[in-house]
Design a protein around this ligand. Structure first.
Ligand SMILES: *Cc1c(COP(=O)(O)O)cnc(C)c1O
Length: 355
């Protein structure tokens, strides 16, 4: 390396020095028929039709080629994780020296940033969102004011969980221009807000990481498959520190099968958006509903007259929503995932019959 890049400077010194585990299969790259290098079971697996006796591809080549085609990103800019939670965890481990460095979050937001940081003994700086005109805003000035050289990572969830808020691209760009650390834009719900992804901006911002997942719009939460998109340099770091076989063979195969069914994905995204619209319309008619926050995701945050009591009423009807009423800035709110037409009707009927 001729010049120390900003990524190298931000990394923990111990991480910079790590040599990745060299798996048996990655030391050989040619053609062979007899594999006696990895202590696998040469007699096969007890599941007769499958090659599960072999270790999975540690760098998920075929899967990344597919993702590359869908997302328009070079494979070398893609990290694949055991859920996007693995990417969040690895980013914190790569950049935050325990007991010293910090992550910044903008609550109310996704809870795993804080949990991963706490497990790693990284500090947490919270810069709460501002209440806008019936929505939420990023407090850019407070973010900048609270940033120090120890603030290595800033997590922005867009669309935000649990509020559903889509933040204006200009605001996120402004933060990317000013924040000196790594900016992680978590786009777990981005599929429900077309054309809002920051993936096309990766080449302009070397310290940007975009996180996405197959768990929401792609309908594959059970597979545990998340993605991080970033500069090849940063992706190399994540690949260096991940467990070598972090994505098992079954997940790689089924994720590929899922991604090959883009028609299903597109149709259910459209249906989700229609159902969200219907659900909002119905909720608005209820005297118990005080406010519906604008959502770019597959859920809506709703302020109601008595959130804990309504939550219990839903439970009695066999419907589980998320009670967020104890969360700062979400006082009185329930977070409701958009269901099928039938499920949403059942929820609305329960609300109509309440009290
Ligand atoms: C659901 C969710 C994730 C988790 O994704 P996995 O890929 O299932 O680990 C990440 N970020 C946000 C904001 C989420 O809501």
């Amino acid at each position: 390396m001729n010049q120390t890049s900003s990524i190298q400077k931000l990394l923990r010194p111990s991480i910079r020095a790590v040599t990745p585990y060299s798996s048996a299969r990655s030391e050989f790259s040619g053609k062979a028929e007899v594999f006696l290098d990895a202590n696998e079971n040469s007699f096969g697996s007890p599941i007769s039709h499958a090659l599960y006796n072999r270790y999975p591809d540690p760098l998920q080549k075929r899967l990344k080629e597919k993702i590359s085609g869908i997302k328009g990103v070079a494979a070398e800019s893609i990290f694949v994780g055991n859920g996007s939670d693995e990417a969040i965890d690895l980013l914190i481990r790569a950049f935050c020296e325990p007991g010293m460095d910090l992550i910044m979050i903008t609550p109310p937001t996704y809870g795993m940033y804080e949990v991963s940081a706490a497990i790693h003994n990284a500090g947490i700086v919270s810069v709460p969102l501002l209440r806008g005109d019936g929505t939420f805003l990023l407090d850019v000035e407070a973010i900048i004011a609270a940033t120090t050289s120890q603030t290595k990572l800033l997590f922005i969830c867009n669309p935000n969980n649990p509020t559903g808020t889509v933040f204006p691209a200009e605001i996120i760009k402004k933060i990317l221009d000013i924040f000196p650390g790594i900016v992680v834009v978590d786009e777990a719900y981005n599929d429900f807000t077309p054309d809002s992804s920051f993936i096309p901006k990766l080449s302009a911002y070397p310290r940007l990481v975009v996180i996405q997942t197959l768990s929401k719009a792609w309908g594959l939460a059970g597979l545990r498959l998340g993605m991080a998109f970033a500069s090849p340099e940063l992706i190399r770091v994540l690949n260096t520190i991940k467990p070598p076989y972090n994505i098992n063979t079954v997940t790689q195969e089924l994720a590929l099968a899922g991604l090959n069914n883009a028609e299903w994905f597109e149709a259910t995204v459209q249906e989700t958006l229609q159902q969200r619209e219907m659900l909002e319309q119905e909720l608005r008619k209820s005297p118990h509903v005080q406010h519906i926050y604008p959502s770019g995701a597959n859920f809506i945050l709703v302020r109601v007259s008595d959130a804990p009591a309504l939550y219990q009423a839903f439970v009695r009807a066999g419907i589980i929503v998320r009670d967020r009423s104890q969360v700062q800035l979400c006082e009185g709110c329930l977070r409701i995932t958009v269901g099928t037409a039938q499920e949403n009707n059942r929820l609305v009927e329960t609300l109509q019959q309440w009290k």
